[in-house]
Design a protein around this ligand. Structure first.
Ligand SMILES: [Zn+2]
Length: 174
């Protein structure tokens, strides 16, 4: 997986529903460790910034507008990119307050992923799931965050619906 995509999906998918219960790995001491593992400071300011950016990006991907663009713009307010010419091309150095660096990096990662793979960043088709995916399949038909988890569950549900329509007993629909 590409670096940008990994960072973006890590943030988008950091609040999974586990066995029906919403969780948030960006809360408290766990959040501090997670943010540090992504190269952040782990401060409370950084975590609240990351949670707001996560919510804004999720709203944009789901095409819900809740001031999401303004939130992302605010994240980049104090960001400056400085070019450095090297023998390997131009390298861009991000100048940004420490607590905003990670959130700004995620916004830039989101932009590069949707530019490189237009239409391929989407929410999992399981409406009980809160995860996101970047579809790298050739036909562009991937719908689930994970075939092992949501893919099989949704197929079982569709199968149960078909059986019911055929007059069969619906069985154990989840
Ligand atoms: Zn899913």
């Amino acid at each position: 997986m590409f670096r940008n995509e990994e960072l973006l999906l890590s943030l988008l998918n950091s609040a999974p529903v586990i066995e029906g219960t919403p969780t948030d790995s960006l809360e408290g001491a766990t959040g501090r460790d997670v943010a540090r593992s992504w190269g952040g400071t782990g401060s409370a300011n950084e975590l609240s910034r990351l949670r707001r950016v996560r919510q804004a990006l999720q709203a944009i991907i789901r095409r819900e507008d809740r001031g999401a663009i303004g939130e992302l713009a605010g994240t980049l307010d104090e960001v400056v990119q400085m070019p450095h010419v090297t023998p390997n091309g131009v390298a861009w150095e991000l100048q940004v307050p420490d607590d905003d660096r990670l959130a700004a990096g995620v916004v830039l990662a989101w932009s590069s992923v949707i530019t490189e793979f237009p239409g391929r960043l989407r929410a999992c088709a399981n409406d009980k799931c809160t995860q996101f995916l970047v579809d790298h399949s050739r036909p562009g038909t991937a719908r689930w965050c994970s075939m092992a988890v949501c893919g099989n569950r949704m197929k079982a549900r569709a199968h149960a619906r078909r059986s019911k329509a055929d007059g069969g007993w619906p069985g154990a629909m989840s």
